[in-house]
Design a protein around this ligand. Sequence first.
Ligand code: ARG
Length: 482
Amino acid sequence: MNGFEGWAFAVSSERKPMRLWGGRFEGGPADALTRLSVSVHFDWRLVPYDLMASRAHARVLNRAGLLTNDELGRMLAAIDDLEAACKTGDFRPTIADEDVHTALERGLLERLGSLGGKLRAGRSRNDQIATDLRLYLRDHVRTIVSRVVELETALMSQAEEHADTAAPGMTHLQHAQPVSFGHQLLAHVHPLTRDIDRLRDWDKRAAVSPLGSGALAGSSLPLDPIAVAAELGFDSAAPNSMDAVSDRDFAAEFLFDAAMIGIHLSRLGEEIVLWASQEFRWIEMDDAYSTGSSIMPQKKNPDVAELARGKSGRLIGALMTMLTTLKGLPLTYNRDLQEDKEPVFDAVDTLNLVLPAVAGLVSTMRVNKSRLESSAPDGFALATDLAELLVRKGVAFRDAHEAVGHLVVWCQVNDKDLGDLTDEELLKVSPHFTPDVRDVLSVPGALAARKAHGGTAPDRVRDQLATLRELVDAQAAWATGA
Ligand code: ARG
């Protein structure tokens, strides 16, 4: 966050509209056009990035002999002063400014007189806005990654504590086989590690500078796009000015990555809603991360988890908005592209809101270990272990499956559990069920037996956790540039 988010726009202005394109126009713009066209109420958050690019551009103009050393010094001082005034709110845009570039040029003109008008040489709002949005996103993606890391860390701490806690593992939301609850929690960490991988990979493609492309064709002035790119922390300068001003792949790709995070949060959110329900009672949410009802005094609601689930819809919507805006656009810049910013900003804001809340919910929830362990074998969840034991004794799996199936039906009819059966009852169902089969009817035994790579055996869960911790440390370091 850079302090320019959530800025409230003052609509009325006594001032004559400030336009960067008034020269060939006789009358002023219609009110309806001004209102349609204005973007400063949402692109104002690009101020720090626009000014960063302006500093680099001023230096390149100086090296090209288009600004004297004295002019460069005054220009950089005015940019610093303007940035400070933007931060304190002493300088504010109005609807008359159209967009962030226009407002900031006014700020420079107010400080420098006609010298302020020199900075526009060799650049256009088309290459500026493409540059600003890349700078903004590369910065904010690092914050988002840090917040995903916080959630990964919260899940891993709970997983560490519950590596040995048996839980009902489900398919089709039906009891299937017992699992380590830690294994299940880590199953929510892996998707998040992939999300971060995707963002890191995204960053390589986003690290290309459009500045120097001008409106679409580059500049006849002796600028140095490669030097400017390096100064702004990009890896390279765009090799094609026409592509550079019209490309928003980086925005669409970011929005896909954000939507995928949203989907992962929604799946975790859905599980937490279930776990917190009276029917499951697997976890109890901390008071700080649950809400009450205005009418039912006893209620404790999982609103954080539900909002995580609900907000995924707007992240997916942002991606659709972007793709739809881009579809069929001719080269190069078209004003449609102004629609790229709100979905991007909304996705960034949404993730910055949701991630800390979900991390807090997960790190403070109390796991009901005894409830999990007592329900782990429910629903004949050890039936597969029994069938696999018969296989180890030489029975064909097909026959073993059928015999255990009969045993389950017998138990259901007689209202018994697999572990309650006497020797005679077992043998009555099938001669394969000698008394020793009872040895595999233990939940800890069933967990420990799944000890191959990727399995739910608590020892494997601890190995998995150690590997994940290393990966997550590297992800955290990437985000902070450490
Ligand atoms: N505000 C515009 C945008 O967000 C940038 C200005 C380019 N406008 C133009 N008429 N060439 O895309």
